[in-house]
Design a protein around this ligand. Structure first.
Ligand code: TRP
Length: 352
């Protein structure tokens, strides 16, 4: 795998994120978080421990959180949107079940906020094609599509992401390492807009989240399309079935050694995250009872941890209008913010 961000700037972002965490604890009201997902399928345990838990944590800390459903971004690497309305409903239910509170967190779709998308035009004028072509994450994502030629949207979606963040005034963006180049571009766009037209935008900052690396049950990258992921909506039996055929190794003593035993280590980590204990403690609890005992323990830990979320998800799903209603409320708020931003942009540019 390529590493899109040089070690030095990564280290700087890590250090800055530590400062930001202290500031969040001191003055959460200073921050507005913008984050989001492409609605391509149900959320799984990788999302739960990678991003959802962090979103809930920020919300509980008193930070304003906006969560984008990046529907226009689905077609960066595919032609088919799938059953988009159903996918979006599911995405909302997953997040509400995980603890995001629609009274405190704003959910909205790209397609429902016209002013956001309109910002794309002036923003595109602030970046060069060469700059966009250098984006390491876009390069990696394009390679992952195989022989598919790069579309104009694939090349420019980081600019669209700048519009996502800046339209609603997000000043803090939780990201993994791969998204850092996009946030850097957002900052560049904000800065250049200021230089050319005057101050409308502040430069948002990256909050690096140390997402634990959970592999799929076959030991490769966790992804619903590979059939190796436990989705939040899966029931206890399907969870057990998936874990029963998880890849392990022949050593009877269970240990947490991510480099030497990646598959076993990932299962140990999953069990530990669910139980809120260290991977070493979880591994010691299995000792020399082998892979079958490990799988049984992980299954129990996952099902135990997900039980309240699954119950809540089922309750919410019983009301088919619930997700739509949450979106409608969020989109009214996002539209208000983005309309005001676009007004200020057009005024600064001398258009209005
Ligand atoms: N590109 C992100 C992903 O694939 C989703 C996304 C779209 C996003 N716009 C964003 C994330 C703005 C953070 C900020 O998951």
């Amino acid at each position: 795998m390529t590493t899109p961000v040089p070690a030095e700037s990564f280290a700087r972002s890590v250090a800055r994120s530590t400062e930001l965490e202290a500031e969040i604890a001191r003055a959460p009201q200073r921050f507005r978080v913008l984050t989001g997902d492409r609605p391509t399928g149900p959320l799984h345990l990788g999302h739960l421990f990678g991003t959802l838990t962090n979103r809930v944590r920020l919300q509980q800390a008193g930070v304003e959180v906006l969560v984008l459903v990046a529907d226009y971004q689905v077609i960066t690497d595919r032609d088919d949107l799938g059953d988009l309305p159903a996918t979006i409903d599911g995405l909302l239910l997953d997040q509400l079940a995980a603890g995001l509170d629609p009274d405190r967190t704003t959910f909205f779709r790209h397609s429902a906020v016209p002013a956001l998308n309109q910002l794309m035009l002036p923003f595109l004028s602030l970046v060069s094609v060469a700059e966009l072509q250098r984006n390491p994450t876009v390069k990696t994502e394009t390679e992952a599509t195989g022989s598919r030629p790069m579309s104009g949207l694939m090349l420019t979606y980081p600019v669209h992401q700048a519009a996502d963040i800046l339209s609603v005034g997000g000043n803090l963006v939780p990201v993994g390492r791969d998204q850092l180049p996009h946030l850097e571009l957002t900052r560049t766009i904000a800065r250049r807009f200021t230089q050319r037209y005057g101050p409308v935008f502040a430069e948002p900052e990256a909050l690096l989240s140390s997402a634990p690396l959970l592999l799929g049950t076959d030991g490769t990258k966790m992804s619903k399309s590979r059939g190796n992921a436990i989705a939040l909506l899966d029931d206890a039996d399907r969870t057990a079935a998936l874990l029963r055929r998880a890849t392990t190794d022949a050593e009877r003593t269970i240990s947490y050694e991510a480099d030497r035993r990646p598959e076993v280590a990932s299962l140990v980590l999953l069990g530990a995250l669910c139980r809120g204990e260290s991977p070493e403690t979880f591994a010691d609890g299995i000792g020399n009872r082998g892979a079958a005992a490990l799988k049984a323990a992980v299954t129990e830990a996952v099902n135990e941890h997900l039980r309240p979320m699954r119950r809540r998800r089922a309750e919410l799903a019983a009301d088919p209008g619930a997700a739509r209603e949450v979106l409608a409320r969020g989109e009214a708020r996002a539209t208000e913010l983005a309309d005001a931003t676009l007004d200020r942009v057009r005024t600064a540019m001398g258009m209005a």
